[in-house]
Design a protein. Structure first.
Length: 156
């Protein structure tokens, strides 16, 4: 798990072959002007989901994990207090992993909480369980879904 600011994003570009494309999209797109929805960047390899939702309390937030995608969760408005716990420490699954939705939920409590204000982001890798969307008000965010094992084309 990584927590950082957009000003520091170049530090993380080398961690994955598609991270530079994601950060380039962030720099060159007015994300605040995008309506909620899903926007392709590189097909199923890299896309962004824009959300504008009401926050929930910590008790209602469930840890989740993904196998196929890495998340870069960038907060645009509000403060998203995201829970985190190593997936290897999660012992109470709610159900089986859904390959179709690339998600599994857990009843475990997060080991820590990260208050993520506008202009900051969290990167969650497949080994990171996370509980997003914890806030007292509404949250507007962009969630970049990056294929953990991309099949890079020449256009990447």
């Amino acid at each position: 798990m990584i927590f950082s600011t957009l000003a520091q994003s170049d530090r993380y570009a080398a961690l994955h072959p598609l991270f530079p494309r994601a950060f380039e999209f962030i720099r060159n797109t007015n994300l605040s002007a995008l309506a909620p929805g899903r926007y392709p960047i590189l097909g199923e390899e890299l896309f962004v989901i824009v959300e504008n939702v009401s926050g929930r309390n910590r008790e209602k937030a469930k840890l989740e994990c993904h196998r196929k995608y890495i998340d870069i969760q960038l907060v645009l408005e509000g403060v998203d207090e995201m829970g985190w716990k190593p997936l290897s420490d999660c012992r109470e699954p709610v159900d089986d992993y859904s390959a179709e939705r690339d998600i599994r939920f857990f009843r475990d409590l997060p080991a820590s909480w990260i208050a993520t204000p506008p202009g900051t982001f969290c990167i969650f890798f497949p080994e990171d369980a996370h509980a997003p969307l914890v806030a007292s008000g509404s949250i507007r965010k962009a969630i970049f879904k990056i294929a953990a094992e991309p099949m890079l084309s020449e256009n990447a």
